[in-house]
Design a protein around this ligand. Structure first.
Ligand code: ADP
Ligand code: MG
Length: 338
Protein backbone atom coordinates (compact mmCIF):
# COMPACT_ATOMS: atom_id res chain seq x y z
CA UNK A 1 0.00 0.00 0.00
CA UNK A 2 1.37 3.46 -0.90
CA UNK A 3 1.58 6.12 1.79
CA UNK A 4 -0.28 8.75 -0.21
CA UNK A 5 -3.49 9.21 1.78
CA UNK A 6 -3.79 12.04 4.32
CA UNK A 7 -5.88 10.98 7.30
CA UNK A 8 -6.96 7.94 9.22
CA UNK A 9 -10.43 7.82 7.70
CA UNK A 10 -8.95 7.45 4.22
CA UNK A 11 -7.02 4.29 5.07
CA UNK A 12 -9.23 2.79 7.79
CA UNK A 13 -8.40 0.52 10.69
CA UNK A 14 -6.82 -2.24 8.63
CA UNK A 15 -4.91 0.16 6.36
CA UNK A 16 -3.42 1.76 9.46
CA UNK A 17 -2.26 -1.58 10.86
CA UNK A 18 -0.95 -2.90 7.53
CA UNK A 19 0.72 0.31 6.38
CA UNK A 20 1.91 2.15 9.47
CA UNK A 21 2.19 -0.37 12.28
CA UNK A 22 2.96 -3.95 11.19
CA UNK A 23 5.79 -3.25 8.65
CA UNK A 24 7.73 -1.13 11.16
CA UNK A 25 8.10 -4.07 13.53
CA UNK A 26 8.38 -7.00 11.13
CA UNK A 27 12.17 -7.27 11.46
CA UNK A 28 11.96 -7.46 15.24
CA UNK A 29 9.52 -10.37 15.22
CA UNK A 30 11.61 -13.54 15.63
CA UNK A 31 11.18 -16.33 13.11
CA UNK A 32 9.44 -18.69 15.50
CA UNK A 33 6.84 -16.06 16.54
CA UNK A 34 3.58 -15.10 14.88
CA UNK A 35 2.73 -11.44 15.41
CA UNK A 36 0.21 -8.99 13.98
CA UNK A 37 -2.36 -10.47 11.62
CA UNK A 38 -4.20 -13.21 13.46
CA UNK A 39 -6.66 -13.32 16.36
CA UNK A 40 -3.81 -13.94 18.80
CA UNK A 41 -0.04 -13.70 18.68
CA UNK A 42 1.74 -17.05 19.06
CA UNK A 43 4.96 -17.69 20.94
CA UNK A 44 6.10 -21.32 20.95
CA UNK A 45 7.43 -22.39 24.36
CA UNK A 46 8.38 -25.96 23.48
CA UNK A 47 8.24 -28.35 20.54
CA UNK A 48 4.66 -29.20 21.46
CA UNK A 49 3.08 -26.10 23.00
CA UNK A 50 2.70 -22.36 22.48
CA UNK A 51 1.57 -19.33 24.44
CA UNK A 52 -1.05 -17.22 22.73
CA UNK A 53 -2.05 -13.67 23.66
CA UNK A 54 -4.77 -11.28 22.61
CA UNK A 55 -5.92 -7.81 23.66
CA UNK A 56 -9.09 -5.86 22.87
CA UNK A 57 -10.37 -2.51 23.98
CA UNK A 58 -13.87 -1.24 24.78
CA UNK A 59 -14.45 2.52 24.87
CA UNK A 60 -17.56 4.25 26.11
CA UNK A 61 -19.66 5.77 23.28
CA UNK A 62 -17.70 3.75 20.68
CA UNK A 63 -18.36 0.22 21.93
CA UNK A 64 -21.07 0.78 24.51
CA UNK A 65 -23.41 3.39 25.97
CA UNK A 66 -23.39 3.51 29.77
CA UNK A 67 -27.17 3.79 30.01
CA UNK A 68 -27.82 0.91 27.57
CA UNK A 69 -25.80 -1.84 29.23
CA UNK A 70 -25.68 -2.83 32.88
CA UNK A 71 -22.23 -2.81 34.50
CA UNK A 72 -22.62 -6.56 35.12
CA UNK A 73 -23.25 -7.17 31.41
CA UNK A 74 -20.34 -4.90 30.43
CA UNK A 75 -17.94 -6.78 32.73
CA UNK A 76 -19.07 -10.09 31.27
CA UNK A 77 -18.92 -8.85 27.66
CA UNK A 78 -15.49 -7.20 28.01
CA UNK A 79 -13.97 -10.53 28.93
CA UNK A 80 -16.14 -12.47 26.46
CA UNK A 81 -14.92 -10.56 23.40
CA UNK A 82 -11.32 -11.26 24.41
CA UNK A 83 -11.90 -14.95 25.14
CA UNK A 84 -13.48 -15.16 21.70
CA UNK A 85 -10.06 -14.44 20.12
CA UNK A 86 -8.50 -17.28 22.14
CA UNK A 87 -11.35 -19.52 20.89
CA UNK A 88 -10.56 -18.45 17.33
CA UNK A 89 -7.09 -20.01 17.55
CA UNK A 90 -8.50 -23.19 19.14
CA UNK A 91 -6.74 -22.35 22.41
CA UNK A 92 -7.43 -22.67 26.12
CA UNK A 93 -7.49 -19.38 28.07
CA UNK A 94 -5.08 -19.33 31.05
CA UNK A 95 -5.34 -15.89 32.63
CA UNK A 96 -6.68 -12.36 32.02
CA UNK A 97 -5.44 -8.80 32.65
CA UNK A 98 -7.68 -5.75 32.87
CA UNK A 99 -6.69 -2.10 32.53
CA UNK A 100 -9.40 0.44 33.23
CA UNK A 101 -9.68 4.19 32.96
CA UNK A 102 -12.54 5.47 35.11
CA UNK A 103 -14.07 8.92 35.68
CA UNK A 104 -13.64 10.07 39.31
CA UNK A 105 -17.37 10.31 39.97
CA UNK A 106 -18.26 6.77 38.98
CA UNK A 107 -20.26 5.00 41.66
CA UNK A 108 -18.58 2.18 43.52
CA UNK A 109 -21.67 0.05 43.00
CA UNK A 110 -21.06 0.35 39.23
CA UNK A 111 -17.52 -1.02 39.62
CA UNK A 112 -18.73 -3.74 41.98
CA UNK A 113 -21.33 -4.91 39.46
CA UNK A 114 -18.84 -4.68 36.57
CA UNK A 115 -16.39 -6.94 38.40
CA UNK A 116 -19.21 -9.36 39.31
CA UNK A 117 -19.99 -9.81 35.59
CA UNK A 118 -16.29 -10.18 34.80
CA UNK A 119 -15.95 -12.78 37.55
CA UNK A 120 -19.01 -14.75 36.45
CA UNK A 121 -17.42 -15.53 33.07
CA UNK A 122 -13.96 -15.95 34.65
CA UNK A 123 -15.42 -18.65 36.90
CA UNK A 124 -17.45 -20.25 34.15
CA UNK A 125 -14.32 -20.68 32.00
CA UNK A 126 -11.90 -21.10 34.92
CA UNK A 127 -9.74 -18.12 33.89
CA UNK A 128 -8.19 -16.16 36.79
CA UNK A 129 -7.65 -12.40 36.66
CA UNK A 130 -3.85 -12.01 36.97
CA UNK A 131 -3.24 -8.27 36.80
CA UNK A 132 -3.95 -4.99 35.08
CA UNK A 133 -3.75 -1.24 35.55
CA UNK A 134 -6.08 1.45 36.90
CA UNK A 135 -6.13 5.12 35.95
CA UNK A 136 -8.52 8.03 36.02
CA UNK A 137 -10.19 9.19 32.85
CA UNK A 138 -11.70 12.62 32.21
CA UNK A 139 -15.17 11.51 31.08
CA UNK A 140 -15.32 8.15 29.38
CA UNK A 141 -14.91 4.64 30.71
CA UNK A 142 -12.02 2.92 28.91
CA UNK A 143 -11.50 -0.83 29.25
CA UNK A 144 -8.63 -2.84 27.84
CA UNK A 145 -8.34 -6.54 28.46
CA UNK A 146 -5.58 -8.98 27.63
CA UNK A 147 -5.89 -12.75 27.77
CA UNK A 148 -3.10 -15.31 27.64
CA UNK A 149 -3.79 -18.84 26.53
CA UNK A 150 -2.07 -22.07 25.70
CA UNK A 151 -2.36 -24.44 22.79
CA UNK A 152 -0.76 -27.59 21.38
CA UNK A 153 1.27 -26.53 18.33
CA UNK A 154 -0.41 -29.12 16.14
CA UNK A 155 -3.85 -27.70 16.99
CA UNK A 156 -3.21 -24.02 16.15
CA UNK A 157 -5.75 -22.70 13.63
CA UNK A 158 -4.50 -19.70 11.66
CA UNK A 159 -6.39 -17.40 9.32
CA UNK A 160 -3.92 -18.30 6.57
CA UNK A 161 -4.69 -22.03 6.41
CA UNK A 162 -7.76 -22.13 4.13
CA UNK A 163 -7.41 -24.45 1.13
CA UNK A 164 -9.20 -24.73 -2.17
CA UNK A 165 -12.26 -26.99 -1.86
CA UNK A 166 -12.75 -26.24 1.85
CA UNK A 167 -16.29 -25.76 3.13
CA UNK A 168 -16.78 -22.42 4.90
CA UNK A 169 -18.85 -22.86 8.05
CA UNK A 170 -20.02 -21.06 11.19
CA UNK A 171 -20.65 -22.29 14.74
CA UNK A 172 -23.83 -20.27 15.30
CA UNK A 173 -26.35 -17.85 13.83
CA UNK A 174 -25.39 -14.23 13.18
CA UNK A 175 -27.25 -10.91 13.02
CA UNK A 176 -29.05 -11.07 16.38
CA UNK A 177 -26.44 -8.95 18.11
CA UNK A 178 -26.74 -6.19 15.50
CA UNK A 179 -30.53 -6.40 15.75
CA UNK A 180 -30.18 -6.11 19.53
CA UNK A 181 -28.14 -2.94 19.09
CA UNK A 182 -30.81 -1.45 16.82
CA UNK A 183 -33.47 -2.43 19.36
CA UNK A 184 -31.48 -0.57 22.04
CA UNK A 185 -31.26 2.54 19.86
CA UNK A 186 -35.01 2.32 19.28
CA UNK A 187 -35.53 2.12 23.06
CA UNK A 188 -37.63 -1.02 22.67
CA UNK A 189 -38.72 -2.66 25.92
CA UNK A 190 -37.52 -6.14 26.81
CA UNK A 191 -40.16 -8.71 25.86
CA UNK A 192 -40.25 -12.18 24.27
CA UNK A 193 -39.30 -10.70 20.89
CA UNK A 194 -36.40 -8.51 21.95
CA UNK A 195 -34.97 -10.62 24.79
CA UNK A 196 -32.88 -13.00 22.64
CA UNK A 197 -31.56 -10.02 20.64
CA UNK A 198 -30.59 -8.03 23.74
CA UNK A 199 -28.97 -11.11 25.26
CA UNK A 200 -26.91 -11.79 22.17
CA UNK A 201 -25.75 -8.17 22.00
CA UNK A 202 -25.18 -7.51 25.69
CA UNK A 203 -23.97 -10.92 26.92
CA UNK A 204 -22.41 -12.90 24.06
CA UNK A 205 -20.92 -16.22 25.15
CA UNK A 206 -17.52 -16.98 23.57
CA UNK A 207 -17.26 -20.29 21.68
CA UNK A 208 -14.24 -21.58 23.59
CA UNK A 209 -15.42 -25.19 23.93
CA UNK A 210 -16.33 -25.30 20.24
CA UNK A 211 -12.94 -23.80 19.28
CA UNK A 212 -10.94 -26.28 21.37
CA UNK A 213 -12.94 -29.22 20.00
CA UNK A 214 -12.62 -28.08 16.37
CA UNK A 215 -8.90 -27.42 16.83
CA UNK A 216 -8.28 -31.10 17.50
CA UNK A 217 -9.36 -31.93 13.93
CA UNK A 218 -6.59 -31.65 11.35
CA UNK A 219 -9.19 -31.23 8.59
CA UNK A 220 -10.28 -27.97 10.20
CA UNK A 221 -7.98 -25.55 8.39
CA UNK A 222 -8.49 -21.79 8.98
CA UNK A 223 -10.45 -20.24 11.86
CA UNK A 224 -11.41 -16.72 13.01
CA UNK A 225 -14.03 -15.31 15.36
CA UNK A 226 -16.74 -13.10 13.94
CA UNK A 227 -16.48 -9.65 15.50
CA UNK A 228 -17.02 -7.41 12.46
CA UNK A 229 -19.50 -9.59 10.54
CA UNK A 230 -19.16 -12.74 8.42
CA UNK A 231 -18.22 -10.78 5.28
CA UNK A 232 -15.46 -8.74 6.85
CA UNK A 233 -14.02 -11.62 8.88
CA UNK A 234 -14.14 -14.10 5.98
CA UNK A 235 -12.15 -11.51 3.98
CA UNK A 236 -9.39 -11.77 6.61
CA UNK A 237 -9.19 -15.53 5.99
CA UNK A 238 -9.25 -15.01 2.21
CA UNK A 239 -6.53 -12.35 2.30
CA UNK A 240 -4.33 -14.40 4.62
CA UNK A 241 -4.87 -17.59 2.59
CA UNK A 242 -4.78 -15.93 -0.89
CA UNK A 243 -8.05 -17.59 -1.88
CA UNK A 244 -11.51 -16.63 -3.11
CA UNK A 245 -14.68 -17.44 -1.14
CA UNK A 246 -18.19 -18.17 -2.37
CA UNK A 247 -21.07 -17.58 0.03
CA UNK A 248 -24.44 -19.17 -0.60
CA UNK A 249 -26.89 -16.59 0.80
CA UNK A 250 -29.66 -19.16 1.17
CA UNK A 251 -27.52 -21.13 3.58
CA UNK A 252 -26.95 -18.27 6.05
CA UNK A 253 -28.87 -19.40 9.13
CA UNK A 254 -31.31 -16.87 10.58
CA UNK A 255 -33.26 -17.16 13.81
CA UNK A 256 -36.95 -16.37 14.06
CA UNK A 257 -36.10 -13.56 16.49
CA UNK A 258 -33.93 -11.90 13.82
CA UNK A 259 -36.45 -12.46 11.01
CA UNK A 260 -39.38 -11.12 13.07
CA UNK A 261 -37.44 -8.04 14.16
CA UNK A 262 -36.30 -7.27 10.62
CA UNK A 263 -39.80 -7.81 9.28
CA UNK A 264 -41.30 -5.38 11.81
CA UNK A 265 -38.64 -2.73 11.28
CA UNK A 266 -38.15 -3.15 7.52
CA UNK A 267 -34.51 -4.12 7.77
CA UNK A 268 -32.78 -6.60 5.46
CA UNK A 269 -31.94 -9.59 7.72
CA UNK A 270 -29.23 -10.76 5.31
CA UNK A 271 -27.42 -7.47 5.77
CA UNK A 272 -27.43 -7.83 9.56
CA UNK A 273 -26.43 -11.51 9.36
CA UNK A 274 -23.52 -10.76 7.00
CA UNK A 275 -22.23 -7.45 8.26
CA UNK A 276 -23.89 -6.54 11.54
CA UNK A 277 -20.96 -7.70 13.66
CA UNK A 278 -20.36 -8.51 17.34
CA UNK A 279 -21.63 -12.08 16.87
CA UNK A 280 -18.60 -13.74 18.52
CA UNK A 281 -19.23 -17.09 16.86
CA UNK A 282 -16.44 -18.91 14.98
CA UNK A 283 -16.03 -18.95 11.21
CA UNK A 284 -13.85 -21.77 9.89
CA UNK A 285 -12.96 -23.77 6.82
CA UNK A 286 -13.01 -27.58 6.69
CA UNK A 287 -11.57 -29.87 4.07
CA UNK A 288 -14.43 -30.71 1.65
CA UNK A 289 -14.79 -34.47 2.17
CA UNK A 290 -14.27 -34.24 5.93
CA UNK A 291 -17.04 -31.71 6.51
CA UNK A 292 -19.99 -34.07 6.85
CA UNK A 293 -18.41 -36.28 9.47
CA UNK A 294 -17.09 -33.36 11.55
CA UNK A 295 -20.50 -31.64 11.36
CA UNK A 296 -22.24 -34.82 12.54
CA UNK A 297 -19.87 -35.20 15.50
CA UNK A 298 -20.22 -31.47 16.25
CA UNK A 299 -23.98 -31.93 16.45
CA UNK A 300 -23.57 -34.92 18.80
CA UNK A 301 -21.16 -32.98 20.99
CA UNK A 302 -22.83 -29.54 21.12
CA UNK A 303 -26.46 -30.31 20.18
CA UNK A 304 -26.39 -27.62 17.52
CA UNK A 305 -25.43 -27.55 13.84
CA UNK A 306 -22.17 -26.50 12.26
CA UNK A 307 -23.63 -24.45 9.41
CA UNK A 308 -21.99 -24.75 5.97
CA UNK A 309 -22.36 -21.38 4.19
CA UNK A 310 -19.99 -21.55 1.25
CA UNK A 311 -16.81 -22.79 -0.30
CA UNK A 312 -13.17 -21.77 -0.77
CA UNK A 313 -11.93 -21.57 -4.36
CA UNK A 314 -8.76 -20.65 -6.22
CA UNK A 315 -8.62 -16.99 -7.12
CA UNK A 316 -7.81 -13.49 -5.92
CA UNK A 317 -9.11 -12.72 -2.40
CA UNK A 318 -12.73 -11.65 -2.74
CA UNK A 319 -16.16 -12.93 -1.80
CA UNK A 320 -18.72 -13.90 -4.43
CA UNK A 321 -22.28 -14.09 -3.09
CA UNK A 322 -24.78 -16.48 -4.66
CA UNK A 323 -28.55 -16.78 -4.49
CA UNK A 324 -30.36 -19.50 -6.50
CA UNK A 325 -27.01 -20.24 -8.13
CA UNK A 326 -26.86 -16.68 -9.49
CA UNK A 327 -24.13 -14.30 -8.39
CA UNK A 328 -25.50 -11.28 -6.47
CA UNK A 329 -23.73 -7.90 -6.53
CA UNK A 330 -23.93 -4.93 -4.11
CA UNK A 331 -23.64 -6.73 -0.81
CA UNK A 332 -22.66 -4.47 2.09
CA UNK A 333 -19.40 -5.24 3.86
CA UNK A 334 -18.70 -5.51 7.61
CA UNK A 335 -18.19 -2.88 10.26
CA UNK A 336 -14.95 -0.92 10.24
CA UNK A 337 -13.70 1.74 12.60
CA UNK A 338 -12.91 5.28 11.18
P1 ADP B 1 -9.55 -9.05 16.30
O1 ADP B 1 -10.83 -8.50 15.71
O2 ADP B 1 -9.42 -10.52 16.10
O3 ADP B 1 -9.32 -8.61 17.71
P2 ADP B 1 -8.31 -6.94 14.92
O4 ADP B 1 -9.06 -6.84 13.65
O5 ADP B 1 -8.65 -6.02 16.04
O6 ADP B 1 -8.39 -8.44 15.44
O7 ADP B 1 -6.74 -6.80 14.64
C1 ADP B 1 -6.16 -7.48 13.57
C2 ADP B 1 -4.71 -7.75 13.88
O8 ADP B 1 -4.01 -6.52 14.04
C3 ADP B 1 -4.48 -8.53 15.18
O9 ADP B 1 -3.42 -9.42 14.97
C4 ADP B 1 -4.13 -7.45 16.19
O10 ADP B 1 -3.29 -7.95 17.21
C5 ADP B 1 -3.41 -6.45 15.32
N1 ADP B 1 -3.53 -5.05 15.80
C6 ADP B 1 -4.65 -4.30 15.90
N2 ADP B 1 -4.40 -3.05 16.33
C7 ADP B 1 -3.07 -3.01 16.54
C8 ADP B 1 -2.16 -2.00 17.00
N3 ADP B 1 -2.59 -0.77 17.34
N4 ADP B 1 -0.85 -2.32 17.09
C9 ADP B 1 -0.40 -3.55 16.77
N5 ADP B 1 -1.19 -4.53 16.31
C10 ADP B 1 -2.50 -4.28 16.19
MG1 MG C 1 -10.80 -11.98 16.32
Amino acid sequence: MEKTKKNLKSIGEFGLIEEYIAPEFKDLVKEHMTGIGDDCSIIPVSKTTSHIFTTDMLIEKTHFLRDKITPYQLGFKSLAVNLSDIAAMGGKPVGSYISIGLPKDIELSWIEEFMKGYKALSEEEDVPLLGGDTTSSENSIVINIGVTGEIQNQNIKKRSAAETGDIICITGETGESAAGLQALFLDLPEDNKTKPLFEQHLSPYPHISEGKWLAKHKDVHAMIDVSDGISSDLMHILNASSRKGNIDLEKIPMTNALLNFCNTHQIDPTELALSGGEDYILLLTIQGEAFENIAKNFMDKFQKPLYPIGKIEDGKPKIAYYKNNQEVENIRKGYTHF
